[in-house]
Design a protein around this ligand. Sequence first.
Ligand code: PMV
Length: 320
Amino acid sequence: MNKVEISTPGKLMLFGEHAVVYGRPCIVTAVDQRIKVAIEEMGNQSVILNAPEVQIENLDLKLKNNDLNQIPKGAKFIAAALNNFCAEYHLEKGLKIVTKSDFSSKFGFGSSSAVTVGVIKGLAEIKKVKLSNKQLFELAYKSVLDVQGVGSGFDLAAAIWGGTLYFVTGGKQIKPLRVNNLPLVVGYTGIKADTATWVRFVAERKVKFPVLVNDIFDTMEKLVELARKALENEDWDSLGELMDINQGLLESLGVSTLKLTELIHTSRLSGAWGSKLSGAGGGDCMLALTDKAKTVEKAIIEKGGQIIYAKTNAQGARME
Ligand code: PMV
């Protein structure tokens, strides 16, 4: 029986969130917490899915034409990935798919995107078709848009290429940056945020104040270019300051929360070079750039945050 196992990394958004939904660049890094997707061919035409981290047990799916409205939330991305892969490449046999994650889907580490990439890459291995990274990205991006309608695809790029990437909306540019592991502390707020909700929130603010919000995005674009240089030069002082400025812009978009702001300020007061939220906002994680990790971690914990130990610049999708 044909069996494959693929692993893909989670991600952290470093700079440029939200602006990247509107044609601007961002910087994302892959983290060493991974999702594994095991796919095994079976005799019949059905697909059995087990994804314990999102409470999916022995769910029956079809190889193609799954109606996403009828599929439980935790399985939608996998169903969309099957739909899109099997629309292009015919699979004859049924499948058993099992996912296993190093991290909670609540952290905002991009588990849905990582799993989508893992499934498509696994299906390609089963079918023995050679997909380039860009083809894998296109199929995965279509799948994500089928499920949530919005998104830049930055998290898919991190899951596929790994490392630290300069990324422009929809994969128009995907450039690996020359960086090492970053001196970051990651704090989880304890609150799971829904990305689509916060993308819609910003879209509404943009409709109400188009000039202001476009100017914020333009500033973010300039900030990302400066951050790219500071990152490659390991100029932590400047990079930290740019994180603070990025956080200020995200505050103006209205996506930070009291908890995020508290954890960010406590990190700065404990000596971090800089600190910001990571991702859509509304909860999930914040980042602090610091060489005083222990002090900053302690301060975050005292304010009710949870430390997530993750190394950046991790390897992209791979066969296990
Ligand atoms: O919340 P996350 O980690 O999925 O990040 C969302 C980042 C956004 O720029 C707000 C949306 C996107 O798809 O780029």
